[in-house]
Write a protein that binds this ligand. Structure first.
Ligand code: C5P
Length: 225
């Protein structure tokens, strides 16, 4: 199967040296890309600014901002049977960006922002029979928010994780996630495990879904599907 994975944060520049971003390190998305490549899938990994090596056998495309990420996903999606949106996309960007470093005296104490595009919603018309997977990193009630995002973004699967716990979420090598799908109402809570093992569980889910509905995973190549 040709699998498109996004990972890491985006950076929303105010000038060449200042930006808005978030705590994502890319570890979860890179682990999914590695797990998929290990299973023989053709993987394209669109990565925001992170300091991680590219997993063996994975084709990597680097991006900076949410708009760069959207452009890359729109360009690459047609050749892929599954999209795994693990990137922590910045919801807002500065309303104005300067091409040169702003001087302190030129800056205001309040930053004007404008919303970034929602990538999953924007590419939804291109979904066709592709499998779409999203992530919901929450600090409140992860399942309630995840259920809302599953429906709102038209996903096949959403992976919910509570990022308020020290052994799960940002910048650690382990994660504790719950899989929620549109069809099966019961959430599946996975135990605390390495991000690579979470990636393997996610790839196994994609393989099962593609096998259950081979007509819908239209881009899946017969030798790897
Ligand atoms: O940020 P949020 O919790 O809404 O993210 C849920 C899912 O939506 C994630 O899979 C994320 O990659 C995706 N997303 C997106 N475009 C955005 C923000 C989030 O596709 N602008």
């Amino acid at each position: 199967m040709d699998i498109l994975v996004t990972a890491g944060p985006t950076r929303e520049h105010l000038d060449p040296v200042r930006f808005l971003s978030n705590r994502s390190t890319g570890k979860m998305g890179f682990a999914i890309a590695q797990a998929a490549a290990e299973r023989g899938h053709a993987v394209t990994l669109v990565a925001g600014p992170v300091s991680l090596p590219t997993p063996p056998g994975v084709t990597r495309v680097d991006v900076v901002s949410a708009r760069d990420l959207l452009a890359a996903v729109e360009r690459l999606l047609p050749a892929h049977a599954a999209l795994v949106m693990c990137a922590a996309v910045a919801d807002w960007r500065p309303a104005a960006a300067s091409a040169r470093k702003l001087k302190k005296a030129e800056m205001r104490p309040v930053l004007a922002l404008e919303p970034n595009p929602d990538i999953l919603r924007t590419v939804r018309p291109l979904k066709g029979g592709r499998l779409f997977v999203g992530f919901a990193a929450e600090t409140g009630d992860p399942l309630a928010e995840a259920r809302r995002k599953l429906a709102d973004k038209g996903l096949d699967l959403i992976v919910a994780n509570d990022v308020s716990q020290p052994d799960a979420g940002f910048a650690v090598d382990t994660n504790r996630v719950t899989f929620l799908t549109a069809e099966e109402h019961a959430p599946v809570a996975l135990p605390l495990q390495s991000k690579l093992d979470v990636g393997r569980a996610l790839v196994a889910w994609l393989e099962r879904r593609a096998a259950a509905a081979p007509h819908s995973a239209s881009q899946a190549s017969p030798e790897t599907a």
